[in-house]
Design a protein. Structure first.
Length: 325
């Protein structure tokens, strides 16, 4: 369970909820331009665009869940169980990349979605885990800049790069179903509904918000896709940074999972362990965790982007409160 959103006001914003039944050992990580990216099946990338995002560090390698590069291109990997398929066979005419390498492969050398799309046309994902202790996660990916969004899926039916006009991604089923499913909600409006029922007199709205009656409120991936898409596409926001960031976290809050609302088949509670909002135009990463709702921000341009070592910022997980007396 996860939801990602791409939104543009004056700047371009991208972020996601991370919904799990356990805590990941992650940090906000800046990868500078001269930190080497070793790839398993192709030559290393010793120089590249700088990256900022949420990552787990394994053997010194940043495994990004979502990230932005210094050019404003973003990527997020979302859970895609029972659908994701990575072939064992290598390709002889394309670059073979493991799914755990995809964020570095894309963000390290692409400045736009158009460039990422071209690179993906010559990329072959293969079933190559990071290690025995770290098997591959079943993922699909949301790639976005301020102009376009893509949904990238590798399934048994093939490798697909879908145009994503909604600028939203959740989980199963595959992306084409999610877009088709939106057609069932074409009647929703943010304003006051008019009587289309019949010419029966006396039918009037009895409260505000009835134009969105039928908007799904459950936590299934299809319902979260509809809810996030409706709210994002009808969002009204001032263009300044504070308003945009606040609005973005309100959008994410509409699909956030409180403890106890989703119980897995193993009787574990799934929760939104963290939510993130990236100002991709300025290179600022904002986040809040389940246990700390106060926003924390990291600005990549306040660090040396020509360094050779990772810059790691541990998450603030203890609730921060501003006391007024």
């Amino acid at each position: 369970m996860c939801t990602s959103i791409a939104m543009t006001t004056q700047d371009f914003y991208f972020g996601r909820t991370m919904d799990l039944n356990y805590e990941l050992n992650t940090n906000v990580v800046i990868t500078p331009r001269n930190f080497p990216f070793p790839f398993r099946k192709t030559k290393p990338m010793n120089e590249h665009f700088a990256l900022l995002g949420m990552a787990a560090i394994a053997e010194g390698f940043p495994l990004y869940a979502e990230a932005v590069n210094e050019k404003g291109l973003c990527i997020a990997g979302l859970n895609f169980p029972d659908q994701a398929f990575y072939p064992e066979e290598e390709s002889s005419d394309k670059t073979n990349i493991s799914p755990f390498e995809l964020p570095q492969w894309i963000l390290g050398q692409c400045a736009t979605v158009a460039e990422a799309e071209q690179l993906l046309s010559n990329t072959h994902l293969i079933n190559l885990p990071f290690s025995r202790q770290l098997p591959l996660s079943p993922l699909h990916w949301h790639i976005a800049d301020r102009e376009r969004s893509l949904a990238v899926e590798s399934t048994r039916d093939g490798f697909f790069v879908h145009e994503n006009p909604a600028g939203v991604l959740t989980n199963n089923p595959a992306f084409p179903f999610q877009m088709t499913n939106l057609c069932q909600y074409m009647n929703l409006i943010s304003g006051c509904p008019k009587n289309c029922f019949s010419d029966l007199s006396g039918i009037q709205p009895f409260g505000q918000g009835l134009g969105s009656f039928g908007l799904p409120g459950d936590f299934s991936p299809a319902s979260r896709f509809v809810r996030a898409s409706y709210l994002k596409l009808n969002s009204i926001c001032m263009p300044d940074e504070e308003s945009s960031v606040s609005q973005f976290f309100h959008l994410l809050g509409s699909v956030a999972v409180p403890r106890g609302s989703v119980i897995t088949s193993e009787e574990n509670c799934s929760i939104t362990t963290y939510s993130s909002c990236i100002n991709a135009s300025k290179g600022i990463y904002y986040y809040r965790t389940y246990s700390n709702q106060q926003l924390t921000a990291i600005d990549m341009r306040k660090e040396s982007l020509d360094a050779k070592k990772l810059k790691i910022f541990p998450l603030l997980r203890t609730q921060q409160i501003t006391w007024m007396n």
